[in-house]
Write a protein that binds this ligand. Structure first.
Ligand code: AMP
Ligand code: MG
Length: 404
């Protein structure tokens, strides 16, 4: 088994991963989905010049001299509510009462806010201040113009994106199809959560964690339970697993006597690759395809499984989904304490990033053993401790991958 680097493994994997396909969904189901079209507006928003204030539409020149001491009197000729248009045209010496969002009447070139006016009998107002041309007017198309690109293909839709799509009247949207991902846990010692441990058994944490990771990455997890450490059971369950678009297993890829995932997969098909990846946690990794279906054999230790998913499976799911960005968001952060390791493997440290006094700082979240999931559970980032580095001093900057 050859030892390869993280980036090389990822590159080899990604070139075997394909986009799944497109579907149209109602806007109400589009949150978190990945856009497969460049969205272009067919309308102007706002559609017309309109008032940004409750107040009075005026001709700015009419009230240039207005002050509280020397107010200018205007005749009120009409009232315009939001959703309605003026019947007439504003003439010198006149004003129209106007509400926020109502279209600016022809003839007017400014809106004086209500707070700068006084009623003067039933049909007149006193302007207590001047207005500049265009004051309190929102221009047609100032948010979006006809033909303007609004959201780019490959974007994962956020609540504000949903709002923006509604602004331009899109009730249906083209997004990528979500892949089904089957999850197979392996090991004679692994129990379902509702079983009672008798002796040296542990619960299937990986299966549930992987399901959550798949879901958060936009995939549809298919939980297939636990395979025994026999080639027969593994092959049977992998056969089922192959009905999904992608297969993820955990455990059984190391060098122990009962690590039979590799041999089982090899017996089932072609193209399986097994690597020692120069990373910690998560050295052993199996990847390949049986037929068209990509299979990820992740290591069994919970932190290794978690980190390996983040490095290899999540970017792959992003590619299947057509995301424009396959990698995690990263930040540069200042270490709050010195860290050490041996050279030769890239370490991912479960860490806590925070924004303190105008900069990011990062602190490893407790013990980093591959079985200590508690630290990952407390973390919001994975600190990257480079391959050949042996020490990074307190105060130095490091790259941290932000976790979802
Ligand atoms: P393996 O690679 O199968 O030797 O597993 C490595 C370690 O991870 C062992 O201590 C296993 O008990 C543990 N492990 C394997 N699968 C799981 C799982 N699904 N949930 C929790 N721990 C696991
Ligand atoms: Mg095992």
């Amino acid at each position: 088994m050859s030892m390869i680097q993280v980036q090389e493994a990822l590159d080899k994997i990604l070139c075997q991963i394909q986009f799944k396909g497109v579907e149209r969904v109602p806007l109400g189901q589009a949150l978190g989905r990945v856009l497969t079209e460049d969205v272009v507006s067919r309308i102007n928003n706002p559609p017309l010049d309109n008032s940004a204030m409750d107040g009075y539409a005026v001709i700015a020149e009419d009230i240039q001299s207005a002050t509280p001491e020397n107010p200018v009197k205007l005749e009120m000729v009409e009232e315009i509510a939001a959703g309605y248009t003026a019947k007439g045209t504003l003439k010198p010496g006149q004003t129209m009462r106007i509400m926020t969002g109502a279209p600016i009447p022809p003839g007017a070139d400014a809106v004086l806010m209500q707070e700068d006016t006084q009623k003067d009998g039933g049909n007149a107002i006193l302007c207590l201040d001047k207005a500049d041309v265009a004051e309190n007017i929102r221009r047609a198309g100032e948010d979006v113009k006809i033909g303007e690109g609004v959201i780019k293909k490959g974007t994962t839709l956020s609540p504000a994106h949903i709002g923006m799509l509604a602004v331009i009247g899109r009730s249906q949207i083209a997004v990528s199809q979500r892949p089904t991902v089957s999850i197979l846990s392996t090991g004679d010692e692994i129990l379902e959560l509702d079983e009672t441990p008798q002796g040296p058994q542990i619960f299937n944490s990986n299966g549930h964690m992987l399901a959550a990771q798949i879901k958060s990455a936009g995939g549809i997890p298919v939980y297939l339970g636990i395979a025994k450490d026999t080639e027969k059971d593994l092959m049977e369950k992998f056969e089922w697993a192959l009905k999904a678009d992608i297969v993820v297993s955990s455990g059984g890829v190391s060098v122990g006597d009962y690590d039979l995932v590799k041999s089982s997969l090899q017996k089932m098909g072609q193209d399986m690759l097994f690597w020692k990846v120069a990373m910690k946690p998560g050295k052993p990794l199996a990847f390949g395809r049986i037929g068209k279906t990509p299979i990820f054999g992740l290591p069994g230790n919970p932190v290794s499984s978690f980190v390996s998913f983040e490095q290899f499976v999540r970017p792959s799911l992003r590619k299947v989904l057509g995301c424009s960005d396959l990698s995690h968001k990263t930040v540069q952060a200042k270490l709050t304490r010195t860290i050490n390791k041996k050279p030769g493997r890239l370490h991912f440290l479960s860490s806590i990033v925070s924004w303190t006094d105008g900069e990011y700082t990062v602190t490893p979240a407790g013990e980093q053993g591959s079985g200590i999931l508690k630290s990952a559970a407390n973390a919001n980032g994975l600190l990257i401790f480079p391959l050949e580095a042996e020490e990074i001093k307190q105060g130095q900057e490091v790259t941290v991958q932000l976790l979802e």
